[in-house]
Design a protein around this ligand. Structure first.
Ligand SMILES: Cc1ncc(COP(=O)(O)O)c(C=O)c1O
Ligand SMILES: [Zn+2]
Length: 419
């Protein structure tokens, strides 16, 4: 599938998007379903020509990521087509968590509130809108779980077919919350990196399937910018000092940074120096390892962690994560599975927010970054909580439960509470 702006599709409207540019060599091609540079195999990224965009214009827009449509590769009538309407999730001032961590000013961006309960609805929303313009009618992906949910739901809503590939070891909840949308869900005996390789092969064979994170990845990835946009808008049009982002492929972290930079370039927020931190589970921490070793390249690992949504051993955007955290004076840190569970429980106990394992990674990493003096406790910090705890109950089920099981008598309850 290589429909391009000048290949007879005069109706190709992707808003402010103008071309795809290679991140490595700068080579440009017309907008198309391509993801790798023909010159150097570098990843392609959307290039824009932004018009005049004002805060008022955005604020008057829909209560979803489509309020930022003029900053995304989507058509100007994007909200006229069925989509899942992700975004504009709450930014919560988390004073009790701040006190527990010993920091002054802390916020949680709670992306559990999206339609399928993770930030992946953002990237899939943009991928679906772009794929529709590019002529596709099948939505596909390899996934560590959350993307599977988002793709299956968005395709159902749009009346498209979906083909979703997952590792067969995925959490039961993530399997069921994908299967319920009744697309083609295929469990593969292998880890995510095996599934991803398989998807790349299938994408080459099935040119009419939009693999959101393979052949339409440049568009898909832009959806994560909306996390950065929303944080800035919800802070009253200013950037935080520090942000902590979970890292799997690394796409989200690089795009939150890109979102911040675009807001500065467009004069929508004041320019300032902010720091971006990456969070990984030790059982899959190739980017943290490269950061700590001072390397520019990321050596792949075989994942072994309860944070299965982040279990990508060969992260496509790993080197770009390293660029962002080094440029912004941030870091990439990693935490053990025990710390991940502690992170989930700390956020739940202090703020009433139940995050999945990726959120546990973020909270626990923030704690470690504070304890090791890498994160400034006096600077305003935002933690990205990107997925819902109901999807990863198995991570906590052995550790929590009722305090007691008693007969229906007030005396028995009193006795249990006295313990
Ligand atoms: C809940 C959650 N948070 C964060 C990420 C990381 O996203 P990325 O692959 O863009 O680094 C994922 C990836 O699947 C995820 O499921
Ligand atoms: Zn190139």
């Amino acid at each position: 599938m290589t429909l391009t702006a000048d290949a007879g599709t005069t109706t190709l409207d992707l808003g402010p998007a103008r071309a795809l540019t290679c991140r490595e060599c700068g080579h440009q091609i017309p907008l198309a379903a391509e993801f790798a540079c023909a010159e150097c195999f570098g990843p392609l990224e959307v290039a824009y020509e932004f018009g005049n965009i004002t805060r008022a214009q955005i604020e008057a827009g829909p209560k979803s990521i489509w309020r930022y449509r003029n900053l995304l590769p989507v058509p100007s009538d994007v909200d006229a087509h069925p989509n899942t309407e992700p975004g504009l999730t709450r930014l919560v001032k988390t004073d009790r968590l701040a006190a527990a961590l010993g920091v002054k000013s802390l916020w949680v961006k709670d992306d559990t509130g999206n339609p399928t309960h993770s930030f992946k609805d953002r990237v899939v929303g943009v991928a679906l809108a772009a794929a529709r313009q590019l002529g596709f009618r099948v939505l596909a992906c390899p996934s560590t779980g959350n993307l599977a949910n988002a793709v299956a739901a968005a395709a159902a809503r749009a009346g498209w077919q979906s083909v979703v590939l997952i590792p067969s070891s995925l959490e039961r909840a993530k399997v069921l919350t994908t299967a319920v949308y009744d697309g083609a869900l295929i469990a593969v005996d292998g880890n995510y990196d095996d599934v991803n390789r398989l998807a790349t092969e299938l994408a080459a064979e099935h040119e009419d399937w939009a693999f959101v994170n393979v052949n339409v990845r440049p568009y898909y990835a832009e959806g994560s910018k909306t996390l950065g946009f929303e944080v800035a808008e919800q802070l009253g049009w200013r950037l935080p000092d520090q942000v902590v982002v979970p890292v799997a492929s690394g796409s989200q972290l690089t795009k939150v940074d890109k979102g911040f930079r675009e807001l500065i370039e467009l004069g929508l927020v004041d320019a300032k120096e902010y720091r971006v931190f990456g969070a990984q589970a030790t059982g899959c921490s190739p980017v943290a390892a490269a950061f700590k070793a001072g390397h520019d390249v990321v050596t792949p690992v075989k994942p072994d962690t309860i944070a299965r949504s982040l279990a990508i051993g060969a992260p496509a955007d790993g080197p770009y994560v390293l660029d962002v955290v080094r440029r912004t004076n941030g870091a990439v840190e990693n935490v053990s599975d025990e710390e991940v569970v502690e992170g989930i429980r700390l956020l739940a106990r202090t703020e009433g927010i139940f995050a999945e394992t990726a959120g546990g990674v973020t909270v626990a990493t923030a704690k470690k970054l504070i304890e090791t003096g890498q994160l400034d406790p006096d600077a305003e910090t935002v933690l990205l909580i990107t997925g819902d705890g109901l999807k990863t109950l198995d991570a906590v089920e052995d550790k929590i439960g009722p305090r007691a099981t008693v007969p229906p008598s007030s005396e028995a309850v009193r006795a249990a509470l006295a313990d």
